[in-house]
Structures are given as C-alpha cells and as structure tokens.
Design a protein around this ligand. Structure first.
Ligand SMILES: NC(=O)c1ccc[n+]([C@@H]2O[C@H](COP(=O)([O-])OP(=O)(O)OC[C@H]3O[C@@H](n4cnc5c(N)ncnc54)[C@H](OP(=O)(O)O)[C@@H]3O)[C@@H](O)[C@H]2O)c1
Length: 294
C-alpha cells in the first residue's frame, strides 16, 4: 500500500499513530504543525495537491474547547474549512480521508451511549466546528471515514490521567467532576483499531472508536490514582473528591454532561471488541510509571 499522510502528527493521537504504524512497516508521512499549518485554507489545498499519499489521516484540530468559544472563525477555519480542503484534494487523488472527530458533537442529554445513528447537536463552538468538519469529510466521498473519539489519553502528550496523578503526588486533596460522564480512549488502542480502516474495510461513514464502558471524571481519576499506587508511586492524596460541573467557573464553553459512545458498529465492521477503559488506563499508568514519566 502507498503512503499514509498524518496531519497533526505532533499531537497526542497523531504522534502515536505515526510511531506505531511505522513500527508495523507502514510508509508514513507524518507532519506536525510546523511542517504543515492549517492556518491558511488555500495553502492547505495547494500543499496537499503536491504530496503523494493513499490515505490522509487528519488528527490536527483546534482542541481547546474554551479557546474555540471566543475564536469562532479560527475554530471553523481549522476544524471545518481545512477539512473541506483536505476532502477535496483526497477526492481528486482518489485517496481516502480518515478524519478524527469528537463526542462533543452531541449535546450530552442522553442517558445511554450514543450510537452513530443518533443526531448530533453540539452545544459549543468547538462541537459545532467539529461537526461541520465531519459533514465536509463525508460529503466529499462515500469512502471517507469520520472516527469519533472521547477523553483521549496516551504516552505522547499529557492528559487528565497524568495530571491527576501529578497533582496527587504534590497535594493532599484532589478533586474531579462527578456529574460528567464519557468513555476514555487510549491512543495505543486507536493505533490498532484505526489500522483496519486504512485497508480492508469497504465503504465509509461515521464510526465511534473509544474504549468500552462509561465513567465520570471522578471515577476516571480515582482509577488512575489506584493504578499509580499499585504501580508503586507515593501519593499524598489517594482519593479523588467529587465536584459539580457547575462549580468549575473556569469553564467558558458548555460541555455535554453525558457523551459516552457505543462501539457496536466498530465491532460489526472489524470483529474487535474494544477493551474496557479501566484496563487501558492501567496499562498507560504502568507504562508511564515504568518509564519514569509520571
Ligand atoms: N483530546 C481529547 O480528549 C479529544 C476528545 C475527543 C476528540 N478529540 C479529537 O481527536 C483528535 C486528536 O486530538 P489530540 O487529543 O491528539 O489533540 P492535540 O494533542 O491537541 O492534537 C491536535 C494537533 O493539532 C495541531 N494543530 C492545532 N492547530 C493547528 C493548525 N492551525 N495547523 C496545524 N496543526 C494544528 C496541534 O498543534 P500544536 O500542538 O502545535 O498546538 C496538535 O498537534 C482531534 O480531532 C480532536 O478533536 C480529542
């Protein structure tokens, strides 16, 4: 198979995909923000047209949800207009676009995991801009995939799991939101999961790709601390106290209270049952502690 182009290859997910797929022998053209900026849409089109690739995996995005709220134009430029440019070039080259998206396309009023058939209804500029990007990706070709992930964690960039452990090493008291639920997604699992969509799986559309299960931020943090203790870390705080989302005055954008996603479609396409989030978090914490990274 020809080259895979990864945009956003300096980020949490893009870095992992580039490294892990190269390790499998795949020819990967990995570009971070300095190598490929999405700031000017016309340049995105022009530069992509000059590159040779069979699949474009877009992990680049303006991911700061609160920043997006006050930078609407920029959010739509990076998260939607650039994606339209990517999708257009891919269609011309007959290349597949795999665009990574988010659970924040949902309003979070559900009480059971969202399926791909559920109508999106974003409640933030970030969510709106990401949904607009999804629409562009899917409109350009029936072979394009939108892979939605949620609460992404992994070895390439610090996330909530690492932050809660670092805080618990220094402080007596650690707290996290107890009334917001979703499913963590381990980048190392996405590397294996998304691999199947590079080749072999016909068609296109939206697919949810997280680990299995549902948790609150508080449960997620508590499990991270439990794993850290099990891995031998000395912590000052061993319990994660609960906060209400409404207590977090620093939040500018609205967040969906419940945005867990069902992965039955992913399983029907690949035959793979994603492992539970607890096992994935445990592997990550042991890996990071083992390498002295936390
Ligand atoms: N993180 C999560 O919990 C989460 C949850 C749901 C969905 N997602 C989705 O998953 C995908 C990957 O996210 P991630 O967790 O890997 O986030 P990330 O670490 O923030 O990666 C995004 C990358 O996009 C790059 N980028 C931002 N603006 C750019 C621009 N104008 N031009 C070129 N590159 C630009 C960033 O560069 P810099 O590092 O230089 O800023 C960063 O490397 C995104 O589509 C995101 O929407 C993430």
């Amino acid at each position: 198979m020809g080259a895979i182009l990864i945009l956003g290859a300096g980020g949490r997910l893009g870095s992992a995909l580039a490294r892990e797929w190269r390790a499998r022998g795949q020819d990967v053209l990995a570009m971070d923000r300095t190598a490929f900026s999405l700031d000017k849409v016309a340049e995105v089109q022009e530069r992509l047209a000059g590159l040779e690739f069979e699949v474009l995996v877009n992990c680049a995005a303006l991911t700061n949800v609160d920043y997006c709220e006050s930078h609407r134009e920029e959010a739509f430029r990076i998260n939607a207009e650039s994606v339209a440019a990517m999708a257009g070039v891919c269609a011309q080259k007959n290349a597949r676009l795999i665009h990574v998206s988010t659970d924040y396309v949902f309003d979070g009023n559900a009480t059971t995991p969202y399926s791909e058939a559920d109508a999106p209804h974003p409640i933030s500029v970030y969510g709106e801009s990401k949904l607009a990007g999804e629409v562009e990706a899917l409109a350009a070709s029936p072979r394009n995939w939108v892979a939605r992930v949620s609460w992404v964690f992994g070895p390439d960039r610090v996330s909530f799991v690492d932050q809660v452990i670092v805080r618990a090493k220094k402080e007596d008291r650690v707290e996290a939101v107890a009334d917001k639920w979703a499913t963590p997604t381990y980048t190392m699992d996405v590397c294996a999961d998304l691999w199947h969509f590079l080749r072999g799986i016909e068609g296109g559309g939206v697919v949810h790709m997280s680990n299995a299960g549902v948790c609150s931020w508080q449960e997620y943090g508590q499990h991270a601390l439990d794993c850290a203790v099990e891995a031998g870390l000395e912590l000052k705080a061993r319990m994660v106290g609960g906060l209400k989302m409404s207590d977090l005055k620093a939040f500018v954008a609205k967040r969906p209270p419940y945005s867990a996603m069902a992965t039955a479609k992913f399983t029907s396409l690949t035959g793979i049952h994603p492992r539970g989030w607890r096992e994935a978090v445990r592997q990550h914490v042991f890996d990071m502690v083992g390498r002295g990274m936390i």
